[in-house]
Write a protein that binds this ligand. Structure first.
Ligand SMILES: Nc1nc2c(ncn2[C@@H]2O[C@H](COP(=O)(O)OP(=O)(O)O)[C@@H](O)[C@H]2O)c(=O)[nH]1
Ligand SMILES: [Mg+2]
Length: 379
């Protein structure tokens, strides 16, 4: 049996490659991906390029290459975001090829195709989800701008500690290999995420459906040519999507937000009481009303939001932590971030205050969840 006949009978692995204006990167990448087939004995590789009518002619190059590579396919659509592109690519792969594995990868040279055989090998060893991880021990992100590095690190911390996916270090990586039978269970059709936050939603859904994950350290190179397509709307969608993941993972975050809203009412009522009834001065009254709200928030969180958690710290230690967390997030998010957004970035003050309150709530929740009411046992 020659090599071609041998691979014909193998189960299929479909690599879904989303592209938007990747004309300068796509040709060498496809060559490298198919070269990796030589080191894969167990699966037959198909590559599905999902292109959204890139104005730079990416699709034309792919069509040219399809003449050389019979297992190269093109799915074209209207640009509505990275998540939508993946959904389209996955559906096409599942319906057309009935694959054993689905792979995800960026088309800009940031992911090394030479790792594909290793990813596939690990699924042969009983792992359902192999993640090319920038944050596993040995993972490196050289030459990334400080802003992009911050987004990658902070975004992951949020997914992990707000979303509750604590066992995965890189929840937003776009380099993965997944056992295909898990994907239909994830119900991609009802994912509301259209952009980059698809990646974290997918991880959450896969784990919820019992996927056994493993992370492989990768070197996340800078893109070979062209510009990143990550937009501000992707970043905003990402943050809002976190609350959904957090809520679906547990109702604690929602309870925490309700407590926060009750806190605003307590703050206001206490202020009215201290100034109008007890006649305190307006220098003192705001501090007293703020402290009343902090104490009422603490008690509600202790006896309602986190009541089912094993109690690790003493009541007073939790109270102290809660105050420190409130001071920290108050200063960093409600004040410094607000100043940064309005004064440095020149954004509208109402938009900035909403972002600051949102980021402050999310961070405050994370700190209290993982410090004040930590689930971990003290050794
Ligand atoms: N089809 C499609 N591909 C996209 C879209 N947005 C990004 N991509 C592709 O998704 C991959 C990751 O995007 P990239 O801009 O490199 O994101 P970054 O690595 O986070 O900066 C690249 O291959 C992009 O061409 C989109 O809306 N549609
Ligand atoms: Mg990229």
């Amino acid at each position: 049996m020659n090599n071609t006949q041998k691979t014909e009978s193998l189960p299929r692995a479909c690599l879904v490659l989303p592209t938007y204006n990747e004309a300068e990167n796509i040709e060498p990448l496809i060559k490298e991906i198919f070269a990796a087939q030589l080191n894969i004995d167990t699966h037959r590789l198909h590559v599905i390029v999902v292109d959204d009518h890139s104005p730079d002619g990416t699709a034309d190059i792919v069509e040219q290459q399809m003449k050389t590579y019979p297992r190269l396919h093109l799915v074209s659509g209207i640009k509505t975001g990275l998540g939508d592109a993946y959904k389209r690519g996955f559906s096409f792969a599942l319906e057309t090829f009935n694959p054993d594995l689905l792979l995800q990868m960026d088309a800009d040279g940031q992911h090394d195709p030479k790792l594909i055989p290793q990813f596939i090998n690990l699924t042969n060893k009983d792992y359902d989800l192999v993640i090319g991880s920038r944050f596993a021990v040995g993972g490196i992100i050289p030459n990334l701008t400080i802003w992009r590095r911050f987004l990658a690190v902070f975004g992951n911390l949020l997914v992990r500690f707000v979303g509750g996916i604590t066992n995965i270090k890189d929840c937003t990586s776009g380099f993965r290999c997944i056992k295909a039978d898990l994907v239909p269970k994830c119900n991609l059709g009802v994912f509301s995420t259209r952009g980059y936050s698809f990646q974290s939603s997918l991880i959450y859904e896969l784990l919820r459906n019992g996927a056994k994950p493993i992370e492989i350290p990768i070197v996340f190179e800078t893109r070979t040519k062209g510009r990143s397509k990550l937009s501000y709307s992707d970043q905003i969608e990402f943050v809002f999507n976190l609350t959904k993941i957090a809520y679906r993972n547990s109702g604690e975050f929602i309870k925490y937000c309700c407590v926060g809203m009750i806190g605003v009412m307590v703050n206001t009522l206490a202020y009215i009481l201290f100034t109008r009834y007890f006649q305190f001065s307006i220098e003192i009254a705001p501090l007293m009303s703020m402290e009343s709200a902090i104490i009422s928030n603490f008690l509600l969180n202790n006896y309602w939001t986190f009541t089912n958690r094993p109690q690790k710290l003493s009541f007073f230690r939790k109270m102290l932590n809660f105050h420190l967390a409130a001071g920290f997030t108050g200063l960093v998010f409600y004040y410094l971030l607000f100043l940064f957004l309005t004064q440095v970035l020149g954004l509208n003050d109402m938009f900035s205050i909403i972002i600051s309150i949102f980021m402050g709530t999310v961070s405050n929740y994370s700190i209290n969840s993982y410090w004040t009411w930590s689930k971990k046992i003290n050794h």
